[in-house]
Ligand binder design. Sequence first.
Ligand code: PLP
Length: 403
Amino acid sequence: MFDVQSIRKDFPIFSQNENPFIFLDSASTTQKPQSVIDAVSSYYDSYAANIHRALYAIGEKATDEYEGVRKKVKEFLNVPDTHSVIFTRSTTESLNLVAYAWGQKFLNSDSEILLSEMEHHSNLVPWQLVAQKTKTSLKFISLTNDGTLDLEPIDSLFSRRTKLMSVGHQSNVFGTVNSIEMLIAEAKNVGVVTVIDGAQAVPHMQVDITKLDCDFYAFSGHKMVGPTGVGVLIGRTDLLEEMDPFMGGGEMIDTVTLEKSTWNRVPWKFEAGTPNIAQVIGLGAAIDYLKNVGMEKIHAHEKELLDYGLDVLSLNKEITLFGNADNRGAVIPFNVKNIHPHDLAKFLDTDGICIRAGHHCAQPIMNHLGVTATARASFYLYNAKNDIDALAESIEKTARIFA
Ligand SMILES: Cc1ncc(COP(=O)(O)O)c(C=O)c1O
């Protein structure tokens, strides 16, 4: 039994706002349960110390807690090896790490990177930058009008020159869950390195890295009830060993002379400087929280909200819904006739409803749809059907004002 009301009690923000507070923007960032807030503040309250170097008790505790989260990530996502788990600041940093540290070393003017037209700017711009530097070409899997990827015929996507593919697991605009298992298998068949942007997937479904068998997988803590400022890159250890460091500084070295340095082992080779210790510890608490509720239950609850949301919003003939994938997460992009999405978002806010409006860091998708922006409602474990009723009512009210 999934009890939304009791889940909401775990998130202080819902009780601290007396006015209506309906949060429908979890694809952007999520609210935090008390257990995550407590985990972050208890580091600062009672054992704030640097990790891997302090020779006193609180330093050892901080190190144990931080390294313990690596094991939690490994277990949560069934990662084959703890050394594959690198802590970064965000999905964006994780993808940049691969683009720079792998791309600059192994791409050249005879290579091609395969992306899709559905990517978030974070999985597009780093590849554009590395492609310019290495004179590599970019190729894109086409987007269909349903908000899915055109994968037919799949072998035509790869050429002799394709060296790397980077694709999103779940779209932040349409919610589409892409057939990445198929894409990864096909890429591996032809020796292409595979990178998956899992920012919108890890928070909402049970992801199994061993089964997926991709080379790199990236996600962010703040989209999965964890703190901002922490992300993860999971990488195949043999590839990580071959790569040059992404950033230089403390912690990532083995020996340093004035002229040159040698590198620490993986994953620490990629964690230069003092990391976001409290945020990593908070990510551990977020994983505990999600595991405790159950990823399958969260996924089923979101599916119910998505179906209900699509039913309710499609009753309003002034609303255009975008995307129509069979396999889809709880994200609904839409526009309302004659109302700019920014105006809509501002009017909904007066009823205490938070939605996203804009290009969603996916301008190529907006170009494909022929719009400059859309509104977007996205749901998570703390949303209930009456949040969607309130959204529909507030849209109708706004439409009456604009009429
Ligand atoms: C699909 C996708 N990829 C990447 C990102 C970037 O995440 P972050 O801002 O946490 O780096 C986002 C954030 O919205 C996203 O939705």
